[in-house]
Design a protein around this ligand. Structure first.
Ligand SMILES: *[C@@H]1O[C@H](CO)[C@@H](O)[C@H](O)[C@H]1NC(C)=O
Ligand SMILES: *[C@@H]1O[C@H](CO)[C@@H](O)[C@H](O)[C@H]1NC(C)=O
Ligand SMILES: *[C@@H]1O[C@H](CO)[C@@H](O)[C@H](O)[C@H]1NC(C)=O
Ligand SMILES: *[C@@H]1O[C@H](CO)[C@@H](O)[C@H](O)[C@H]1NC(C)=O
Ligand SMILES: *[C@@H]1O[C@H](CO)[C@@H](O)[C@H](O)[C@H]1NC(C)=O
Length: 508
């Protein structure tokens, strides 16, 4: 598990105001997306989300030097054969060069670790760089897939391309001649700048040193969760971005998972000018999770998500909110705390105050930094804030995204390969070999949702208060069974439980 010897100083840094600045996006920077079905010779193929992929052999700029190969086995949980069933494998470094209009893009890399021809999946070990940023280092796709209990992996990055071309290099790791690199699909989707503005202002006083988000910062999507709803498939995303939104359920801590619900039928999701619809699809805002109908119970627990990430990076956490059920239409009906890593990121969060009405999406960003190496967890928790004597003692969340920021010294986004959870190793040796969960995808995720959570002690960024000195990491159990019963990331939208209205008791 994560390196438990270091005292991770988790710095809760910044609160970014909710209004995104970039509402007037320049539509002229909207060239066509690029999708390469690597290893395929056919000119064009369509995936299950309706995206059209070109074989990479036809690329004029950089005809690939590696062999085009076909997987020997089609895992039933692959969403479609395209782009997963073919791959381009490289015995030595290869660079794809893409013509891209300057600006932000999502770069997605698709990996299906499998036997290809005579090549064993476990011999693949490689690095990937794009535009000078290391995206993956010594990437072991089969270990990562095993750790995540997934058949295939999608890695999503947000890059600001500043030159007319984007170089994407795959290089086998040194160390053994058997190491090779491979990739099944490469997707480049132009986007507006959704992450770097507005510039975060730092909470807790003190000036940032240095300011971690810049116009050219590269990000990796670690989690993108539709809280309280099912997965939203790329085809159902808003805008032409084809993001995948996963269910939040596997990340909830413990048995206190609150209640989920969809919007009242007479509520319309109305995007304000400060939240363009591409920020998140209606499917995210129209479902939510809250704590439950019983105020006394709510006061006694935190609704908590535990999100595995790579240690040693800054993270941007984006919370999506929208009140979607009556009777919550007025200020101070529901007010709550947002805790990140056990620190108060936001007190008196009142979605109606921010959105000025039911059905109005809002979002807000927070910045944290993790230290150490290996893996760690971000804790996100909600709890009623009763200081303003709200009508209901409850909290709500509709969606959350977690983005890793590149380092600047090493220009890197690469984390370690996640360790294979011990429980899973035992299971894999058990009944008739490994039983992979069907419909598991790991849309964008970075890290393993293991059965054990390494718990880290944080300190406030002002660093004046480094809480309690040298507690080392401790380990708690996290209801692994509950996690395992639930498909981690179905690609198809699941049913949205519409459970009891959250009308809590009114303790006034
Ligand atoms: C990309 O980075 C350049 C230089 O840092 C900056 O001027 C530009 O505004 C950025 N573009 C976007 C879309 O963020
Ligand atoms: C990749 O990980 C698997 C599982 O941990 C391991 O068996 C394999 O040797 C690794 N491959 C390389 C090239 O290190
Ligand atoms: C919408 O329906 C709810 C019950 O589902 C009701 O309480 C509310 O008054 C209705 N609102 C409007 C504006 O019709
Ligand atoms: C909720 O989390 C906060 C921050 O970690 C903590 O101070 C508080 O004691 C927790 N409350 C409950 C009821 O667990
Ligand atoms: C938050 O507090 C809980 C309860 O004290 C603890 O188990 C957990 O490790 C803490 N999480 C972080 C990220 O510090």
């Amino acid at each position: 598990m994560a390196n438990s010897t270091l005292l991770p100083c988790l710095l809760l840094l910044a609160i970014v105001s909710l209004a995104p600045a970039a509402s007037g996006v320049d539509a002229s920077t909207d060239p066509r997306p690029i999708r390469l079905n690597c290893g395929a010779s056919s000119a064009s193929a369509t995936d299950s989300d309706g995206r059209s992929w070109d074989g990479d052999a036809v690329s004029k700029l950089s005809p690939p030097t590696g062999a085009g190969v076909t997987a020997s086995y089609q895992d039933p949980s692959l969403p479609s054969p395209v782009p997963y069933m073919t791959a381009r494998v490289f015995a030595s470094s290869h660079t794809y060069t893409f013509l891209v209009s300057p600006g932000r893009v999502f770069l997605r890399l698709y990996f299906y670790p499998s036997g290809y021809g005579g090549l064993s999946a476990s011999d693949a070990l490689f690095g990937v760089t794009a535009g000078g940023v290391t995206l993956l280092r010594d990437f072991n796709a089969s270990q990562t897939a095993l750790a995540l209990n997934a058949a295939y992996l999608v890695r999503e990055f947000s890059l600001n391309v500043t030159s007319p071309t984007l170089d994407l290099t795959f290089a086998p790791s040194p160390g053994a001649p058997s190491h090779y690199a491979f990739v099944n699909g490469i997707e480049i989707v132009p986007t507006p700048d959704m992450l770097t503005v507005p510039a975060p202002s730092f909470a807790n006083g003190g000036s940032p040193d240095p300011m971690p988000i810049r116009a050219d910062t590269a990000f990796q999507t670690m989690h993108r969760l539709n809280v309280g709803g099912g997965a939203v498939s790329p085809a159902d995303d808003s805008g032409p971005f084809y993001r995948a939104w996963d269910s939040d359920y596997p990340y909830l801590l413990g048995a206190a998972v609150g209640v989920t619900y969809g919007k009242d039928s007479n509520v319309t999701v109305r995007y304000p000018p400060s939240v363009p619809p591409y920020v998140a699809p209606e499917g995210v805002y129209a479902t939510a999770r809250s704590m439950g109908p019983d105020a006394a119970i709510n006061l006694n627990y935190n609704l908590t998500w535990v999100l595995p990430v790579d240690a040693g990076f800054y993270y941007l956490l984006r919370f999506h909110f929208c009140e979607i059920q009556y009777p919550i239409t007025k200020v101070n009906q529901r007010s709550f705390f947002i805790y990140i890593n056990n620190h108060t990121a936001q007190a008196q969060m009142d979605v109606i105050v921010w959105g000025r009405g039911i059905g109005v999406p809002v979002y807000t960003d927070y910045l944290v930094v993790t230290t150490g190496s290996g893996q760690t967890d971000l804790w996100v928790a909600l709890h009623p804030d009763i200081s303003s004597r709200p009508e209901y003692y409850d909290a709500i969340l509709n969606g959350i995204e977690v983005f890793k920021l590149q380092t600047y010294g090493g220009n890197s986004l690469a984390g370690d390969n996640p360790p294979i959870p011990e429980k899973q190793q035992v299971e894999d040796r058990g009944i008739g070999g490994s039983r992979r969960k069907s419909a598991v995808s790991v849309a964008v995720g970075g890290a393993a949702a293991g059965g054990l959570l390494v718990v880290l002690i944080g300190c406030l960024c002002s660093c004046a208060v480094c809480r309690r000195g040298n507690k080392t990491a401790s380990v708690v159990a996290c209801e692994p069974e509950a996690v395992l019963q639930q498909p981690a990331h179905g690609l198809k939208p699941g049913p949205t439980k519409s459970s009891a209205l959250f009308t809590s008791a009114q303790d006034k």
